[in-house]
Design a protein around this ligand. Sequence first.
Ligand SMILES: [Zn+2]
Length: 195
Amino acid sequence: MEPDPSVQISLRVEQVFESAEKGREILCNYAIQEGFELHKSKNDARRLTNKCKGDECSWRMHVSSLPDDVTFKIRSITEDHVNRRRVMDNNEAATKWVVSMTSLLIRDNPNVKAKVLQTQIKSAYGVEPIKCKIYRAKRKELMMLKSDHVGCYGQLRKHGNILLQMNLGSLAVVGIDKLGVTSKFQRFFAHLMHS
Ligand SMILES: [Zn+2]
């Protein structure tokens, strides 16, 4: 399941990531959300310490693998940052470029792996954007896709209302599946009564 990019990410001790890859993705997105840059300081197969790049900031998070060697758990995490600065804009241009490069690939397959995108950009342009940038691009693209969808379904309702006004006695229903806080389009049903 792709994480919903519009949902606020929070991290806490004991939180478990289903894989190292997933953990990195969530952490990258968390750093983007919180507006700090990550500095990886220790990185082996079982343990990972991430620090904040900010000068004088002691924010850090320790993660280590569980006995299954697949899932990872947050062992400790600093509450907050010292002198937090928004660093988002610094990378905006580079992100835009990656977004435009990966846009179609992501639209085509929203579940495409960051690694695949990275390889494709490298073979096409000879540069290898860091994974964090790709995650960020993916997040942007998914947000855009999501708002496109919201717009489309809004249009569907409008379309239904016009049908009803034009054809008195008709029936138009937009079926929605409620899944927790999100809703999923189910069907559009129209029965036209011609006058
Ligand atoms: Zn910091």
